[in-house]
Design a protein around this ligand. Structure first.
Ligand SMILES: [Cu+2]
Length: 314
């Protein structure tokens, strides 16, 4: 029956340590329920049994009861030690990736996840992993604190700027699992989700090779720009169809006259676009907040490619 309740209230069990985490969770819940029930029954029983029955019914003064004192010290102590030992063992397991784990670098950005595989392939908001193999994530943030959470794996780890944190997991099979950011990181926080795709190891190797080949192809500048628009998370804030998401749409942006929040105005030529990408705080478009992360780490060629892509959005 506990198993049935757990399946109703908990996410699916999809990593090697998920079952153990659920076991401890169930233990704590059941122990708490038993104690709650015991105390409730005792309160009701005592309030009936010791109800004042007559005027001269006087409560005896009891100062100490060794048996009782020991009982209610030792039982909770044992329970807490069990929770501690169980939790500590699970914690060590979760903190120690096997040395043969497959490594993926994770960069959190406001408000998207970038994954970099050992051969240089990059994906955004989609993490592909070989099913049934240990995978270690080496994570950092480009801006503020984010937190990487995959409920199905019971894996949650803060991701900090200027410092690596790690997490690891091994899936029980193939499947798709949602990633959430669980550190409130700004106005796009609720959109900062992604997917883990656990696929057969052979399929994964093929996928990785294919992505590598695709990334090595000589693409037209605007197509390269379109890929960057997806990979760098611009798509999360800038639409191509005129709709305002978090930032202004790219539709019709090129050569448009832009009004700044400070009352000035500028024409959105190449120079303006380049500055907006590298140093967005320099000119804030009227009606918007200064929340765009800076992309000064992009190469000149990458910036040119994006500009070429924006120019096509007429
Ligand atoms: Cu976040």
């Amino acid at each position: 029956m506990l198993e049935t309740i757990n399946r109703l209230i908990l996410p699916q069990v999809s990593s090697t340590f998920a079952a153990d985490v659920d076991g401890l969770f169930t233990f704590i819940n059941v122990a708490s329920a038993i104690i709650l029930l015991g105390i409730t029954v005792a309160i009701i029983y005592f309030s009936v049994k010791y109800k004042r029955k007559s005027e001269d019914d006087v409560t005896p003064v009891i100062r100490y009861n060794t048996t009782l004192e020991l009982t209610w010290t030792i039982i909770p102590l044992i329970l807490i030690l069990i929770v501690f030992a169980w939790g500590f063992r699970g914690h060590i397991d979760m903190r120690t990736p096997p040395s043969n784990a497959y490594e993926v670098y994770v960069t959190a950005n406001s408000f998207f996840w970038q994954f970099t595989y050992p051969n240089g392939v990059q994906t955004t908001d989609e993490l592909y992993v070989p099913a049934g193999r240990p995978v270690k994530l080496i994570m950092q943030s480009r801006d503020v604190i984010h937190s990487f959470f995959v409920p199905d794996f019971r894996v949650k780890q803060d991701v900090l700027p200027g410092r690596y944190t790690t997490a690891w997991f091994q899936t029980l099979g193939t499947g798709e699992h949602v990633i959430f950011c669980t550190e409130y990181c700004g106005s796009g926080h609720s959109d900062m989700d992604g997917m883990v795709y656990a696929i057969e190891p052979e399929e994964f190797d093929a996928w990785l090779r294919e992505q590598k080949e695709l990334s090595e192809q000589e693409l037209p500048l605007a197509v390269l720009g379109q890929n960057l628009y997806q990979q760098q998370g611009c798509a999360g804030c800038h639409s191509l169809d005129g709709n305002v998401v978090i930032g202004p749409s790219f539709q019709g942006l090129y050569m448009d006259e832009r009004q700044g929040a400070d009352g000035s105005s500028r024409v959105a030529d190449e120079d303006y676009l380049r500055e907006s990408i590298n140093n967005p705080g320099e000119f804030i478009t009227s009606g918007f907040n200064n929340i765009m992360p800076g992309y000064s780490y992009l190469s000149e060629d990458q910036v040119s490619a994006i500009i070429e892509f924006i120019k096509e959005q007429q």
